[in-house]
Write a protein that binds this ligand. Structure first.
Ligand code: NI
Length: 214
């Protein structure tokens, strides 16, 4: 079986039953976005596709904050499938450095392929998809949708961001609305505009309805 198909099968199996917004279809959307951006930006497609498919294989949010689990599982899978070392190394480097770690924490990507996959993952965290996933994740964590007295916190360290238990609307201000300006590539920046606008409109309507004004 071709490597990409095999990787899809492996990831789908690993993430089966996830109800937190990190399910197979998140991976599938990120994979499509990443391919689209990679073509526009001229990035290495094999590295981009493998990184996109494997990027959430063991997310720190679901392994008691253990960030080394994902890269380890990905490396193991790629070695088992006789992938070249010069593909494995950049892929696991991307998976290890990709994720958002708080408003005040920089997460720069070294390679064009890393920039592309990080952009794809961040695009799926905003817009209509981002809204749906954020509420799904909040429900998964038993969080309130909103509390008018609790203000957002712009986390300055990854440790603080990880401990965060605030309501879901705060998450828009702590992450989602900041992502547009953190896109790496020109193609993703352009796609982020529309998604960002949509979230602003959504929040305006949310507050209107909350106050019984709309
Ligand atoms: Ni992801």
């Amino acid at each position: 079986m071709p490597l990409i198909n095999k990787t899809c099968q492996f990831v789908e199996q690993q993430l089966a039953g996830d109800g937190s917004g990190h399910d197979w279809w998140h991976i599938h959307r990120v994979w499509n976005l990443a391919k689209n951006i990679a073509e526009q930006e001229g990035a290495n497609l094999l590295i981009v596709e493998l990184s996109a498919l494997l990027h959430d294989i063991a997310d720190w949010k679901f392994h008691d904050g253990d960030e080394s689990k994902g890269p380890q599982m990905a490396e193991h899978f790629l070695i088992e499938n006789q992938v070249d070392r010069d593909v494995i190394d950049p892929v696991i480097e991307i998976i290890a450095t990709l994720s958002y770690k708080g408003a005040g924490v920089a997460t720069p990507m070294k390679t064009l392929e890393g920039k592309v996959v990080q952009d794809a993952d961040r695009l799926d965290a905003i817009g209509a998809m981002g809204i749906a996933r954020t509420f799904a994740y909040g429900g998964h964590k038993n969080r309130l949708m909103y509390h008018p007295d609790e203000k957002p916190v712009l986390h300055q360290s990854f440790a603080d961001y990880k401990k965060n238990t605030g309501h879901t609307i705060n998450h828009f201000y702590e992450k989602l609305l900041l992502l547009k300006d953190r896109m790496n590539t020109a193609s993703a920046k352009q796609m982020a505009e529309g998604r960002h606008q949509f979230m602003q409109t959504y929040l305006d309507q949310f507050y209107e309805e909350w106050d019984g004004k709309a």
